[in-house]
Design a protein around this ligand. Structure first.
Ligand SMILES: [Zn+2]
Length: 459
């Protein structure tokens, strides 16, 4: 069918294209979105353009908003351009100005600072760029090479120059064609951890041995790809670009799983093993996870994963389920043992506290619990969480004491937690605060009992 390219402004012939599909202009080769004349009555394109100009001491980056509107007569679009901001570099630092309403006066004029316009990715006019940067500290920043990258990666000129000052190696990354890394370095903050900014060569900065740099280059790796590739190298696994891409696409969202498995076997063997189990109920990822869980269980149970009968069970699901059962059984037993141990320890401690902590004055008294069971019961009765403090009690981190009324010694009333001679909290039913009377009692208790015990222990 007949077409018209709004980029090269030529009549072209295209075939087999649909409305809104993407492709390339057969004449100029630029990436295009195909639009049906009957369905796209009004089309609007928008972008930001950055234009560098020399100033007496440095340069200014002027940012323009550019809108192209295609109406019925799409061969003659309308162009709307207005200037958004100017970033001045005076040889030392930047000054920012925006075209906006001045404070409350509402008058539209050039104003100080960056307020209105978030830095958008811009298209940079590159023809005068070298000249504009010449003689400044940005002379070798390789912004032009970066801006002309073929990956359609946008650039925020000020961000780029800012990052370049902190990471001058950006120049070399650009020259190696590592545009994606540069893009991420200029658009995100988190990535500094990945790269060794203090390195004095590309291999040390990227953390990749020299002989692998060409793979990083060939794929123009992203930071995420690079970090995975580095892990493979650290595991002594060599992959060329094609192999790595395949690996990355298959495992980028489960690197922990596959790396865990690869501690025990090769990627090739792992994949062959997993693929055996794939059917319409279980896909590859599922199998992989089942296996990884099984391996975790084996580690916990101390099974010998170097033994291939253990590592590659004939019936993965069955072996997984068995191991899971055994793990659960052992964990429960360990928990029971732990609880029993804590009960024993606590009992001994609480017996000792019996001699020190009980006290009575007026209508209240302090009671030492007999065992952890009593502490749990107190929690149930008062609807608060002291029941979860039993481990702390057994480990001597906390002392739990009950405040009771002398008239009703058996009835839970308030519960105190004491640490290092100080009352950390004292709560009543449903975590309620102390009444004035209880507060007064507790203050007396601190003075007359706790402080004395603590003083003695300190001596
Ligand atoms: Zn064209």
């Amino acid at each position: 069918m007949d077409g018209y390219c709004t980029h090269c402004e030529q009549e072209v012939k295209v075939s087999g294209v649909r409305h809104r599909s993407e492709g390339f202009c057969p004449n100029c080769g630029v990436k295009v979105t195909f639009l049906a004349e009957s369905r796209a009555k009004h089309v609007q394109d928008w972008g930001v353009v950055a234009y560098f100009q020399k100033t007496p001491d440095g340069f200014v980056i002027r940012h323009f908003s550019v809108t192209k509107r295609y109406g019925q007569d799409y061969r003659h679009p309308e162009l709307f351009i207005f200037e958004l901001k100017r970033d001045f570099f005076d040889g030392n630092e930047f000054d920012f100005y925006e075209w906006r309403a001045f404070r409350s006066s509402g008058k539209i004029r050039w104003c100080d600072g960056w307020i209105k316009y978030y830095p958008d990715d811009a298209m940079i006019y590159t023809k005068n760029l070298v000249k504009a940067l010449k003689g400044t500290r940005y002379q070798y920043c390789a912004l032009k090479e970066y801006a002309l990258n073929d990956k359609e990666l946008g650039v925020r000129p000020y961000n780029y120059l800012y990052e370049y000052r902190r990471k001058p190696y950006i120049e070399y990354l650009v020259k190696l064609g590592l545009y994606r890394l540069v893009y991420e370095l200029c658009h995100t903050q988190y990535c500094t951890n990945f790269l060794n900014s203090g390195g004095d060569s590309i291999p040390t900065i990227l953390g990749v041995p020299k002989q692998y740099i060409h793979v990083v280059q060939e794929l123009d790796m992203s930071l995420n790809q690079l970090s995975i590739y580095k892990k493979l190298i650290a595991m002594d696994i060599r992959m060329n670009g094609e192999e790595f891409l395949r690996f990355y696409h298959r495992y980028y969202d489960q690197t922990n799983t596959i790396f865990k498995i690869m501690r025990y076997t090769t990627l090739h063997k792992a994949e062959r093993y997993c693929e055996k189990f794939v059917d319409d109920r279980q896909d590859y990822k599922n199998i992989l996870h089942t296996w990884k869980d099984y391996i975790d269980f084996c580690e916990e149970l101390g099974y010998d994963l170097r033994n291939s009968f253990v590592l590659f069970p004939k019936k993965l699901q069955d072996s997984h389920d068995e191991a899971a059962k055994e793990v659960t059984r052992r964990r429960e037993k360990a928990k029971k043992d732990q609880i029993r141990k804590e009960e024993r320890q606590a009992k001994k401690l609480l017996q000792g506290y019996q001699k020190l902590y009980p006290w009575s004055e007026g209508e209240f008294c302090v009671v030492v619990p007999k065992d952890l069971f009593e502490i749990k019961e107190e929690g149930h009765a008062l609807h608060h969480c002291v029941g979860t403090y039993t481990s702390r009690v057994a480990n001597e981190q906390s002392i739990i004491l009950f405040v009771r009324r002398n008239e009703q010694m058996e009835k839970p009333f308030y519960t105190m937690e004491v640490q290092k001679g100080k009352i950390i909290q004292c709560r009543g039913y449903s975590n309620h605060n102390m009444t004035e009377e209880v507060k007064a009692f507790v203050e007396q208790y601190t003075k007359k009992v706790l402080n004395k015990i603590w003083m003695k222990e300190a001596v």
